[in-house]
Design a protein around this ligand. Structure first.
Ligand code: MG
Length: 395
């Protein structure tokens, strides 16, 4: 039996992980970390019987007890907030920790899992964007492994199996191009929340779906790839591939290209990360070549999608700049989801926060947390001034 714990169990990746667990049958779940989705957490407890769970706060815990009582389910040990997530991440029995919370909240728990020498199946790319150096160092020093669950990086991991790094020329990340690939700059500017949430190929959570619409997701993934595989920014490129069948590619020094193809379902990458180095049959339909009319590729349009350029800039600057980019992006995306700003304001907010940030070397966890808090504050100030301008214009 393999024992796992899940950070972010009620989110999109968390739920898919539990479907994979159901399918594999030789994996059991010892701890679940969730936030506010108590109804779903209660159902997961009823089905998977974990020893330990974590939820956001006191009120959530009370609701959870009530739900479990209704379901007549034995109550596991319950802890709250970040402390709870850290316990999920470091649970003694867990060999693999699936890190699938969204955004910065998963940062410290994921770091603690690596320090505890766990295999981390990483879906939370923000943790590597914020502090890739710290994360990979913790993994090295504690003989912990990071297995990417992000589909592109999972593909790269598969393409790089058995290859010598010296013989690799560059990593090529594919991007679907999001819902606005064929839209004009003006259409993107006036895009509604619903249009931005309508991803053409992948079905994911709200934050990442907006990141796909701005191409920031690909930018974050470039930074993620830098840390996972230790390649410089110049050796990582992005190609738009609207069908999302080729999940990513590796170009070798002799010009050979190795690609990984598959169905667009995150369960594939999740299962790979849980069973690696073994491959097992999964519950997904096979890729049907007869139905793949065509696979197309094109350059990303940096003029329409400035977020990608901002991410490369942050990576090249290094230090605390990627953490600044990430924090400003989280605030801006949430503001867009709350109908407070336009989609085109997202890169503007990020850029102005980055312009005011002086990058520092990451020598400790505290520096990252400080940077994150500071950048959020700055981004909120930018938001407020945007809102003021907007309401003045209306008057
Ligand atoms: Mg991805």
């Amino acid at each position: 039996m393999k024992v796992i714990s899940i950070l972010g169990s009620t989110g999109s990746i968390g739920c898919n992980t539990l479907k994979v667990v159901e399918h594999l049958q030789d994996v059991c779940v010892v701890a679940l970390g969730a936030g506010k989705n108590i109804e779903k957490l209660a159902q997961q407890i009823a089905q998977f019987n974990p020893e330990f769970v974590s939820c956001e706060d006191e009120i959530c815990a009370e609701n959870l007890l009530e739900e479990l009582h209704k379901l007549r389910v034995k109550t596991p040990k319950i802890e709250l907030g970040e402390k709870g997530l850290i316990e999920v991440a470091t649970h003694e029995q867990a060999q693999t920790v699936v890190s699938a919370t969204v955004g910065a909240i998963g940062f410290v728990p994921t770091l603690r899992a690596l320090e505890a020498g766990k295999r981390v199946a990483l879906a939370n790319k923000e943790t590597l964007v914020m502090a890739g150096e710290l994360m990979t160092k913790a993994a090295r020093e504690n003989k912990a492994e990071i297995l990417p669950v992000d589909s592109e990086h999972n593909a790269l991991h598969q393409c790089l199996r058995g290859e010598s790094k010296r013989e690799v020329k560059r990593l090529i990340l594919t991007a679907s191009g999001g819902p606005f690939r064929n839209k004009s700059k003006q259409e993107i500017e006036n895009a509604t929340r619903e249009e931005a949430l309508n991803h053409p190929t992948w079905n994911m959570g709200d934050k990442i779906t907006i990141d796909c619409a701005t191409l920031m997701n690909k930018g974050l993934e470039v930074i993620e790839a830098r840390w996972l595989f230790d390649f410089a920014a110049d050796a990582i490129s992005v190609v738009v591939h609207p069908q999302s069948v080729v999940h990513s590619l590796v170009e070798m020094v002799d010009g050979s290209i190795i690609a990984q193809l598959g169905v667009t379902d995150m369960k594939h990458a999740i299962q790979y990360a849980l069973t690696y180095p073994t491959r097992k049959p999964n519950c997904l339909p096979p890729l049907d070549f007869a139905k793949l009319a065509q696979l197309t590729f094109e350059e990303p349009n940096l003029d329409k999608f400035p977020c990608l350029t901002l991410a490369y800039k942050a990576l090249k600057t290094g230090g605390t700049m990627p953490a600044t980019l990430n924090a400003a992006n989280e605030i801006a995306v949430q503001a867009f989801l709350d109908d407070k700003i336009r989609l085109s304001d997202v890169p503007k907010i990020i850029e102005s926060v980055m312009n005011e940030h002086e990058s520092r070397t990451i020598s400790s966890l505290e520096i990252i947390l400080e940077t994150d808090a500071q950048a959020r504050k700055q981004a909120i100030m930018k938001l407020e001034s945007l809102e003021k301008t907007a309401s003045a214009n209306l008057r």
